[in-house]
Write a protein that binds this ligand. Structure first.
Ligand SMILES: [Fe+2]
Length: 266
């Protein structure tokens, strides 16, 4: 199956900018590219920080921009989002019995989990007891199927100085629960850090982030105060199939310096 991941779209009311970027222009450019090249995608996931300040106008704008998609859509909350404004704008998005924006999707290639790590007024991730209970049930329900996780905050140590105090504030509970799933975790897909990162946990769970669609950091893992850059609108194409999991980074508006021909080998 083909999944498109967008992350950290940071929408504002029309015309407003954030760190030198018009987030609406970036998202509209990414969406146009996705609709041109990936109309066959099975699922669109936005892994949080949908909107920058949680304005109802920004969620309405997001709804308008996503209107052309005909595939399944799952929207996750990040620290910049507002759960009340989001649920008012997207009442059809699935949530758990406690109102958290969490859901499962069963596919021929295992169970996908969409987790809610938003805590109002907190920059890092929150994953408290009621959410852990939901996760335990969702993992038990997966049974012998592998699981792929989508969440805004990385439940792993990023090693990036700027994020040292704003990672998942769960004492490793989410990662421990995932590591105990007998059928394995195919991948943890997240956002939050605005730069591309890939790695594996101490227990061997693979993870990676999408690059922000809106503003990014110039990668400087040791700087607590790194520089912002606009960069290009970004998204990822994720394939999950009999060969496993693969994620491809895509950028819109790259400079073309030439064209290669087919490579016939050997
Ligand atoms: Fe963000």
């Amino acid at each position: 199956m083909k999944i498109i991941q967008l992350t950290d779209t940071h929408l504002l009311p029309p015309g407003a900018t954030v760190h030198g970027v018009d987030p609406e222009a970036h998202l509209r450019a990414a969406v146009a590219d996705i609709l041109e090249k990936h109309r066959t995608a099975d699922l669109l996931v936005i892994t949080g920080d949908l909107c920058n300040d949680g304005d109802p106008q920004a969620y309405a704008l997001l709804r308008d921009i996503l209107q052309p998609f005909t595939c399944d859509i799952r929207l996750l909350l990040g620290n910049h989002d507002s759960r009340p404004a989001f649920t008012a704008a997207f009442p059809e998005q699935p949530r758990d019995e406690n109102g958290f924006i969490q859901s499962c999707l069963d596919t021929p290639f295992g169970r996908l989990l969409f987790l809610d790590s938003h805590g109002a007024g907190i920059i890092g991730g929150i994953y408290d007891e009621s959410r852990l209970t939901w996760l335990d049930d969702a993992l038990a329900g997966a049974g012998e199927r592998p699981v792929t996780v989508f969440v805004h905050h990385p439940p792993v140590h990023s090693g990036i100085a700027h994020f040292e105090n704003i990672e998942m504030h769960d004492d490793g509970q989410m990662l421990q629960r995932l590591a105990a799933h007998p059928a394995g975790i195919r991948h943890i897909v997240f956002g939050h850090i605005h730069v591309p990162l890939s790695g594996s946990s101490a227990t061997g769970i693979a993870y990676s982030s999408g690059q922000a669609c809106s503003h990014k950091f110039i990668t400087d893992i040791d700087a607590p105060d790194p520089f912002w850059t606009a960069g290009n609108p970004c998204y990822r194409i994720i394939h999950i199939d009999d060969n496993g999991f693969r994620a491809y980074a895509a950028e819109v508006g790259e400079t073309r310096t030439g064209r290669t021909g087919p490579c016939e080998g050997p």
